[in-house]
Design a protein around this ligand. Structure first.
Ligand code: RTP
Ligand code: MG
Length: 136
């Protein structure tokens, strides 16, 4: 059974020219692209997207970062797409948790600048896809 997940190439990934690398890995895994757009992120969208972290000490920095330049938002589709993309991304801390072979393990050094976002559950995916791609 197919499902959808929201992937973001964060501003660091766009600035570093890694959009193609992210898309290539998604496609090589066998997942498909249901929607894709380069976007600036309005602050209210960033706040809504990361609402679960609103009480965390890093929330302010996280909003600054995610609104600091365009992101590429992608609706990714396929069997177990949510877990499959989290596997491609690697752990949140790109050195302590993500292993080589994952996007974060191969291309990132700092937790804040960890290249990609992927929905972490079916509930998150549904909420985030409504926020980013309401017409999908
Ligand atoms: P994401 O939501 O972006 O896919 O990342 P994630 O699930 O792997 O990690 P999450 O716990 O949801 O954290 C969201 C993003 O906040 C930044 N962060 N900074 N400075 C810090 O300690 C810290 N912790 C998290 C990261 O950009 C992380 O991806
Ligand atoms: Mg998360």
């Amino acid at each position: 059974m197919s499902e959808r997940t929201l992937v973001l190439v964060k501003p660091d990934g766009v600035k570093r020219g890694l959009v193609g690398e992210v898309i290539a890995r998604i496609e090589r895994k066998g997942l498909t692209l249901a929607a894709l757009e380069l976007r600036n992120v309005p602050r209210p969208v960033a706040e809504e997207h990361y609402a679960e972290h609103k009480d965390k000490p890093f929330f302010g920095e996280l909003l600054e970062f995610i609104t600091s330049g365009p992101v590429v938002a992608i609706a990714v589709e396929g069997p177990r797409a949510i877990a499959a993309f989290r596997q491609l991304a690697g752990g949140t801390d790109p050195v302590a948790k993500a292993t080589p072979g994952t996007l974060r393990g191969d291309f990132a050094l700092e937790t804040q600048y960890n290249l990609v976002h992927g929905s972490d559950s079916p509930e998150s995916a549904e909420r985030e896809l409504k926020l980013w791609f309401p017409d999908l």
